[in-house]
Design a protein. Structure first.
Length: 203
């Protein structure tokens, strides 16, 4: 279920059955959200991106219990990209993605680490290039700094329309353990649904 580098230029060809649409999740953590989305949306092909081995192991352990490697049914519409998601987005053909998920990313709170945030002015065009008009970029975060930053970045661009974030998790957005941890710690998550406009990306 690993997306091989040779398929990065056209991920739809990597699935056993060509999906009706392509989705990407950036940094899937323990994989709860990716597994739930794949199960609830069998016609969509989901590429779940994660560079940390612990997260990949958590996802695989949930899908394939110990001793069941030969018999456990692995979702045919779920693939794993174990490298930087930006590398994949640069190779995906323009206008391919219907949906991109960014659920509870590392906030990188220190000023010198701001460029590591996935929600960043430098990445907006990258996401927009890969996404079809009408496609949706979903962002969830409980970190106040990242919330303010996300609002600022989305307000300063024209490639996505971004209504005010929801204060309760919208229907069809599966919960994650990060959300549960945030609520136990007294933090209030926000959820953005930014829609790709038809404005072209400047080359």
């Amino acid at each position: 279920m690993r997306l091989a580098a040779e398929h990065a230029g056209n991920p739809l060809t990597a699935f056993p059955t060509t999906p009706a649409e392509l989705w990407v999740e950036v940094g899937f953590g323990g994989g709860e959200h990716a597994r739930a989305q794949a199960a609830a949306n069998p016609s969509a092909g989901l590429v779940a991106c994660e560079v940390y081995e612990n997260g990949i192991c958590s996802l695989l352990s949930a899908l394939v219990p110990e001793g069941g490697e030969a018999t456990a049914p692995v979702p045919e519409n779920l693939l794993v990209w174990d490298d930087d998601a930006r590398l994949l987005l640069r190779q995906i053909p323009p206008g391919t993605l219907s949906r991109l998920f960014l659920m509870f990313p590392d906030p990188w709170p220190k000023a010198r680490h701001v460029k590591r945030r996935f929600v960043h002015p430098d990445n907006v065009a990258l996401v927009a290039r890969a996404m079809r008009p009408g496609g949706e970029w979903r962002i969830g975060t409980d970190d106040p700094t990242y919330q303010a930053w996300t609002a600022e970045v989305l307000a300063g661009q024209t490639l996505f329309t971004a209504p005010a974030p929801a204060t309760e998790r919208p229907e069809g957005w599966p919960p994650t353990r990060y959300e549960q941890k945030a609520r136990k710690a007294g933090r209030s998550p926000l959820w953005w649904a930014a829609t790709r406009t038809d404005q072209p990306v400047a080359e």
